[in-house]
Design a binder for this molecule. Structure first.
Ligand code: SF4
Length: 263
């Protein structure tokens, strides 16, 4: 990828050096649909323990999932805003349902709202969101753009903040999963960027570490999915920014291949 002076200055300011891009490799396609799993909320370091298994879906949950799977954007947003399907509704200030453009070719999936996301009702705000915006800008992408090939859509696995940024519980993950599944179906992105272990493991239904999942192109039901570090982790671990930049470039390559295939 060729970078102009402005992009290089931006990346240098973030402490990102630019080694050669890794060759894209295709990872095995996951054998099951999107998931419900556990770990780290925003603003915290990834943890190494395996996420707890999601509970089996009860009949009432199955009916709710089927109902949500038929919703359009507005109905889905309204459903989430009033959702009381898990205990996280009790202490939330706002539901952080989405950010960016609903026509975007890029989907960015985060983990769970933190304090600022809860206050503002949007994913990836505060310092972590600012870092994400800067790295996206280096790729000429923006959550403020309305042009599909320059825009991003952002969603979290959990829409409500776990109190004190504790780990999400399996029942919370299971009950919130239909929202992300429907967001992904409505958006039909050309590329998915999963940020953080929680998002990656949930979407790929695996317990593998970020270190083993990143650096290759996964297949999420026909859509390329790239795993990278959560910006909150990058703020604490600047040495990982170069790896994150590799991941973004890998995602850009996958998006371009998707665009070529769509024309
Ligand atoms: S986290 Fe998800 S399932 Fe739980 S109350 Fe919020 S929107 Fe509903």
């Amino acid at each position: 990828m060729k970078l102009d002076a402005r992009q290089r200055a931006m990346l240098a300011e973030m402490g990102i050096w630019l080694p050669a891009l890794p060759a894209a490799k295709t990872a095995p396609r996951p054998t099951a649909p999107p998931a419900r799993r556990a770990p780290p909320p925003v603003q915290r370091a990834p943890k190494e323990e395996a996420p707890p298994p999601a509970p089996a879906e009860a009949p009432d949950d199955a009916a709710r999932t089927a109902r949500i799977a038929l919703m359009d954007w507005d109905a889905l947003h309204a459903e989430a805003q009033q959702c009381r399907a898990c205990g996280l509704c009790q202490q939330r200030k706002n539901v952080a349902f989405e950010g960016g453009c609903r026509a975007a070719h890029w989907l960015i999936v985060g983990e769970a709202p933190g304090e600022q996301e809860d206050l503002q009702g949007a994913p990836f705000v505060g310092p972590a969101g600012q870092l994400l915006d800067a790295m996206l800008a280096a790729l000429h992408l923006s959550r403020k753009s309305n042009e599909p090939d320059k825009a991003v859509y952002i969603a979290n696995v959990l829409k409500c903040r776990p109190p004190g940024n504790r780990n999400p519980q399996p029942d919370e993950i299971a009950r919130c999963a239909p929202f992300l599944q429907r967001q992904m179906a409505l958006l039909a992105p050309r590329v998915i960027l999963a940020l953080g272990r929680f998002a990656a493991q949930s979407l790929l239904q695996t317990n593998e570490s970020i270190g083993r999942l990143r650096g290759r192109v996964h297949d999420w039901h026909g859509t390329p999915l790239i795993v990278s570090y959560h910006p909150a982790y990058l703020l604490r671990s600047p040495h990982a920014k170069a790896h994150a930049w590799h991941d973004l470039c890998l995602a850009l390559q996958a998006a371009k291949r998707g665009a070529d295939g769509a024309t």
